[in-house]
Design a protein around this ligand. Structure first.
Ligand code: AMP
Ligand code: FE
Ligand code: FE
Ligand code: ZN
Length: 291
């Protein structure tokens, strides 16, 4: 299989994406992709429909998830594939995360009310399957006419800007939520028969001057817990970063993975479309454990 025909990082309406599973698989088909995974945040509810849509479209779909995890002072994301979505320990951990996410919607509602922004949490909490995250809260704020004047005064024109200004660490509507520990999450997935890849690793290290050293130290630590891969190919990674991560994979015997993190239309500047990651002509092969 050609290396550029995979996309192992996509989000649907089962989490904060804007396309249904069927629309997303349709877009993958259109783009000529051969192997894909829908990796919704902290949920496996999309897996059955994704496999079904893949069968209909003639595309190989592998079960996927993106877990929000903590590690000391850091928040990271962990991609996982080919696990048993019915595994009892995994299901229990995800049910706990779902509750933490619902609790956070109420906590954020209270904080935003103090800051002068209102939204109706009910449609978000009524979602029968999947997970609820900050992007949906930000969209609910933008959709509420009661916020129109305030948004105009603050020149906030899209949900993404609102999320950045109000819902991220240190901002007025930010609320911490409990997460799995990175090493526990790796073990949980491994015991459910799956493989893991550390998603967009530089994401939370970018403010640190010694990011490169920390990246290696952390990757070694996670490798010892069973981490199998590193998301090397990602739309916001530069050529230099991509080369660096590929080298790290070789040195630590981790498998490189590739994904676009496409969430549907709306953030084309960073995440333009399915399959939109670059390998910069570097020499690599997709690892069979991930396909
Ligand atoms: P949560 O799942 O509630 O922790 O929300 C984090 C998710 O929101 C990330 O995984 C991204 O998919 C998304 N996200 C983060 N920042 C932004 C932004 N500025 N605009 C849109 N989506 C974002
Ligand atoms: Fe997301
Ligand atoms: Fe992520
Ligand atoms: Zn993602």
């Amino acid at each position: 299989m050609e290396a550029n025909r995979i996309d192992l990082h996509l989000h649907s309406t089962f989490s904060d994406g804007l396309l249904s599973v069927e629309e997303m698989i349709g877009a993958c088909k259109q783009a000529g992709l051969a192997v894909v995974a829908i990796t919704d945040h902290d949920t496996v509810d999309q897996v059955a429909s994704a496999l079904e849509a893949g069968r209909k479209a003639g595309i190989r779909v592998v079960p996927g998830i993106e877990l929000s995890v903590g590690h000391g002072e850091y928040d990271f994301h962990l991609l996982a594939y080919n696990f048993d979505p019915a595994n009892a320990a995994l299901a229990a951990a995800l049910a706990d995360q779902a509750q933490a996410r619902r609790d956070r919607v109420h906590a954020i509602q209270a904080r935003l009310a103090d800051a002068g922004y209102l939204f109706d949490p009910q449609p978000l909490l009524a979602k029968a399957e999947g997970s609820v995250g900050r992007p949906e809260i930000a969209r609910a704020v933008l959709a509420n006419p009661a916020n129109a004047d305030r948004l105009r005064q603050e020149t906030i024109e899209d949900y993404s800007t609102f999320l950045d200004r109000y819902l991220t660490t240190g901002q007025p509507g930010y609320v911490e939520r409990r997460r799995l520990a990175m090493t526990d999450a790796i073990r949980l997935i491994t015991e459910a028969g799956g493989v893991t890849s550390w998603a967009h690793a530089p994401w939370n290290l970018r403010r640190q001057a010694d990011a490169e050293i920390r990246l290696r130290t952390l990757a070694e630590e996670f490798r010892a817990a069973g981490l199998a891969g590193l998301e090397v190919f990602y739309p916001t990674h530069s050529r230099e970063q991509t080369k660096q991560f590929l080298r790290l994979c070789r040195e630590l015997d981790l498998a490189p993975t590739a994904g676009s993190d496409y969430h549907g239309p709306g953030r084309e500047n960073l995440f333009p479309r399915v399959g939109a990651w670059q390998d910069f002509g570097l020499d690599w092969q997709p690892d069979q454990r991930f396909l």
